[in-house]
Design a protein around this ligand. Sequence first.
Ligand SMILES: [Mg+2]
Length: 435
Amino acid sequence: MQGTGMRITDIDVFQVSWAADDRPQQRSAFVRIHTDAGLSGIGEASPMQGGLASLSIIARDIAPGLIGKDPLDHAVLLDTAFHTFVKLGPEGALTGALAALDIALWDLKGKFLGQPIYKLLGGAWRTSLPFYASIGGNGMRSVDQVLRVVETRLKDNPAAVKIRFDNDRNRLDGDLPGDIAKAKAVRKLVGDGFPLAFDANNGYSTGGAIRVGRALEELGYWWFEEPVQHYHVKAMGEVARRLDITVSAGEQTYTLAGVADLIAAGVRMVQPDIVKMGGITGLVRCTALAQAHGAELVPHQTQPTIGHMASLHLSASQLHMTKPCELNDPSTRMHAVFDNPPPSRSTGCSTCRPGPASGSPSTKPNWRNAAYRSAERRVRRLDCAGIGARLFSCRRSHQFRRRPCQSKPGSFAPESAPRGEAPPRLSPASCSRIR
Ligand SMILES: [Mg+2]
């Protein structure tokens, strides 16, 4: 078998803090894969509990088997790892680990071949990606508070707004009339023609979901997200089949087979997350699956750095993009890397835009991964500044050693945003763009 001659030599896993008092469970989780060609790739894992479980699986279990391998064999390497360590999961921590590694290996491939990832995926169907404002925490807010938050996010000029409820999952159907009242109030605020989505965050029983769904249909909402517990696939399908509104699910589905089960149950819109289930390779497989079954695929995506860029590359290359890309609430971690909102508001919805090279926006098109690089540089600066906790390093010797934790409680990089101050901004040309 012929290879590139390039070999993986070293794999780092590390966290990055976004604020001085971030606990390990609040940090973002990254992996960096180094090669003997002098190239490295960076990937992001699901941030649940700081991604510590995924980083640990990478360091202890997967990385030793990757050292010395050709990074362009990424699908073979990661499918092997999935089946080798399937009993560690197969969901959650393991697939988050594989997602981070996959994104890093695609990054390496892009650098090695000198091409942006979307080009390696077959090219971009679109050079401008609209976003929707994804607004969390509305279950605990009053109607007036919900309206104030929505008003604020409307100033970002999103293509749509999604109100997420984020209620206690131990308590279903907590306040159905109150939730419907909020949905009505938001509709009245934005007007009849504005696209709205409602995310129940698994907060309803089947009957409760159908009741809320009927109200959303009357109110002209665009989609109804995760109405029931994610693990009740049949119930999710029943709600989807009984309602006219598009019912979506899949942000907590971690395997291709799981996404197939959702579609078979009747869910018409699936939302796998690139940092949770298989990375770019996993999402590419999901897009093919969804396309074959006539289901919509709209990636879930709430991470502002590498995960965001990887998801945009995937979305740019996706044949049918039926909904805008998710852009999460403003946050310290978001502001550390991207403007929020992204700077381009020219058409009222186009903000995540593959564009020409940074510094020469109109004269020198250069379809490289500048924004991806920008995010990587930012992560590297934060890491090198000592606020990230470098956990493990796995080297060619197949020995991995615990590195001293470099985190400095109470400190953060000069360029990160102290709480309550204006966030740092990258140049508009490098924000939320794919290159
Ligand atoms: Mg959701």
